[in-house]
Structure formats: structure tokens, C-alpha cells
Design a protein around this ligand. Structure first.
Ligand SMILES: Nc1ncnc2c1ncn2[C@@H]1O[C@H](COP(=O)(O)OP(=O)(O)O)[C@@H](O)[C@H]1O
Ligand SMILES: CC(C)(COP(=O)(O)O)[C@@H](O)C(=O)NCCC(=O)O
Ligand SMILES: [K+]
Length: 248
């Protein structure tokens, strides 16, 4: 399981193969106890509850308060940065970024750049020697809209699930003006980071994950088709990383 800043991301490994993935909200203590006892739960694949319990649980978390809750699960292991063989890391690097980068590099080859379109949007790159090159962190798509809605008097709260096609660049109403500002600058920023990466490592792969990956990929495809043709979409990089460090 990956604990992100918005929700939980689950992957079921059966015989070292990623069998099924799903997402849930954060879960209360009572549900964690139920899982530990092998009691069937809604929103979980039924298959889990046919396996011997407690099922071994491997956690990669960037939310300390959530990690603490799961310490009560009877068979839990928490992955830390030391478990990831990536070199040149810094102590506060997010384990999600390290694992996704490692998983992507092992499967798709180094050098590699990972774009995580999650709560925060991050760029994280590694070179051919499996050294962290570095990256960048900015507010993710949902967070940008949420912040504008919360921190201003006159701007409404927009929900990304209602978005379909690109807004007009020069908008004549408030919701579309917000969409235009956030979306076009975010897409231009992603394009700029991809271009800068390919100047450094011309033939390397760039891969995008995270809850906003599909929306952003579709928009990018419309605006920058040649660039986007080289962009790989892969939701399961964290699970690739967990598999690659032999934790399952
Ligand atoms: N069902 C969903 N619940 C929450 N966020 C979602 C959902 N589907 C898409 N998203 C988008 O995913 C983003 C959060 O990314 P995600 O990778 O799930 O978060 P994290 O790993 O940081 O917890 C939000 O900005 C939101 O727009
Ligand atoms: C940047 C993040 C908040 C991204 O988290 P997410 O949006 O995936 O929930 C997380 O990777 C984190 O807390 N990182 C620590 C700082 C760093 O990586 O430099
Ligand atoms: K914080």
C-alpha cells in the first residue's frame, strides 16, 4: 500500500505478480483492525479474504500520521529510503518519489524521469548510474484549484472531474479563466521540464503516474502531440518499485 496525501493506493501481489490494484480513502482504526482479522470489507477485492490472514502488508508512506495508524496491523513492514538502492538521495526525499523512480528505472531503464501528478505534482529524475539527479515539487492540479477556491473571496471551487476538453486560453467567465490559468501554465511547465530533461538525457524515458495522469496526458496530447508521443503513462510505478526491492 502507498499512503499519499489524498488517499491510499493498494496493490495485491500473488506469487510476486501484481494481481489487482485499487484506491481507497484513508481508513479508520476499526477498519484496520478488521483487515488484520481477515474480515471482509467493502471496496476491497473479495479474493483477499480467501487468503490466510493477516496478509503481509508493505507500506510506503509520505503521511506520518497515517503510517502511525497502520502500525497496529499485525503483519506490517514500512519501507524507508534506506531500502531503495537509488544513489545520491537526500534525507527528506519522499519515499513515493524514490520508489516510483526506482521501479520505473528498473523496468524501463535508466536514465529516467518520473512525473507524479498527485496531490503535489513532482518531477524526479535519475541518471544512467542510478543516481538521483533531482527534481521539483509544485501544487498538483486539484490542489491549485482548491487553494484558489479556499484562499479567495470571489473564486469558486472547481472540481477536476467535471473537466472534459481544454478551456479557451483567453476566457470570458470566471470558472474558465481559472481553468485556463491553472491548466495552460501547468501544461507549459510540464512541457518545459520534459524538454529540459531530454536536453540532458536525450534518449531516456519519461513516465507519468498519479491521480491526474490521464487528464493531464489527454491535455498534453492536444497541445504538444510530438512531445506526448514519447511520454509513458503508468499508474503502478510504486508497486513496480516495491517488487524491485524484493519486498514481495
Ligand atoms: N477518486 C479520486 N479521489 C481523489 N482524487 C482523485 C480521484 N480521481 C482522480 N483524483 C485526482 O488525483 C489527485 C490526487 O492524486 P493521487 O495520486 O491519488 O494522490 P496521492 O498519491 O497524493 O494521495 C487529485 O488532484 C485529484 O484531482
Ligand atoms: C512531494 C510529496 C508531498 C508528494 O506527495 P503526494 O502528492 O504523492 O502525496 C512527497 O513526496 C513528500 O512529502 N516528499 C518529501 C519532500 C521531498 O521529496 O523532497
Ligand atoms: K506538509
Amino acid at each position: 500500500m502507498e499512503i499519499g496525501n489524498s488517499r491510499l493506493h493498494w496493490g495485491l501481489f500473488v506469487d510476486e505478480t501484481l494481481d489487482y490494484t485499487w484506491n481507497t480513502d484513508y481508513l479508520p482504526d476499526s477498519v484496520i483492525q478488521q483487515l488484520g482479522n481477515g474480515q471482509p470489507l467493502d471496496n476491497f477485492p473479495a479474493q483477499i479474504f480467501t487468503l490466510p490472514s493477516p496478509l503481509p502488508l508493505v507500506i510506503a508512506s509520505v503521511v506520518l500520521s497515517q503510517t502511525a495508524l497502520w502500525q497496529s496491523y499485525p503483519n506490517v513492514r514500512v519501507i524507508t529510503l534506506e531500502d531503495v538502492p537509488l544513489k545520491n538521495t537526500y534525507p527528506t526525499l519522499g519515499i513515493d518519489r524514490a520508489l516510483a523512480l526506482w521501479g520505473a528505472g528498473i523496468k524501463l531503464g535508466f536514465p529516467i524521469l518520473v512525473i507524479d501528478a498527485g496531490t503535489a505534482l513532482t518531477f524526479t529524475g535519475a541518471d544512467s548510474q542510478q543516481n538521483l539527479v533531482g527534481g521539483a515539487i509544485l501544487p498538483g492540479l486539484g490542489l491549485q484549484f482548491a487553494t484558489l477556491g479556499e484562499k479567495t473571496s470571489q473564486l469558486p471551487q472547481l472540481e477536476t472531474q467535471n473537466f472534459t476538453s481544454l478551456p479557451p486560453r483567453f476566457a470570458l467567465n470566471t470558472p474558465e479563466a481559472i481553468q485556463s490559468g491553472v491548466i495552460y501554465t501547468l501544461l507549459a511547465g510540464i512541457k518545459d521540464f520534459m524538454t529540459a530533461w531530454w536536453e540532458l538525457y536525450p534518449n531516456s524515458n519519461v513516465v507519468i503516474k498519479g491521480g491526474d495522469r490521464t487528464l493531464l496526458f489527454n491535455y498534453l496530447q492536444t497541445l504538444y502531440p510530438e512531445l506526448t508521443a514519447r511520454l509513458i503513462v503508468e499508474p503502478n510505478l510504486i508497486f513496480w518499485g516495491i517488487a524491485a526491492i524484493n519486498e514481495v
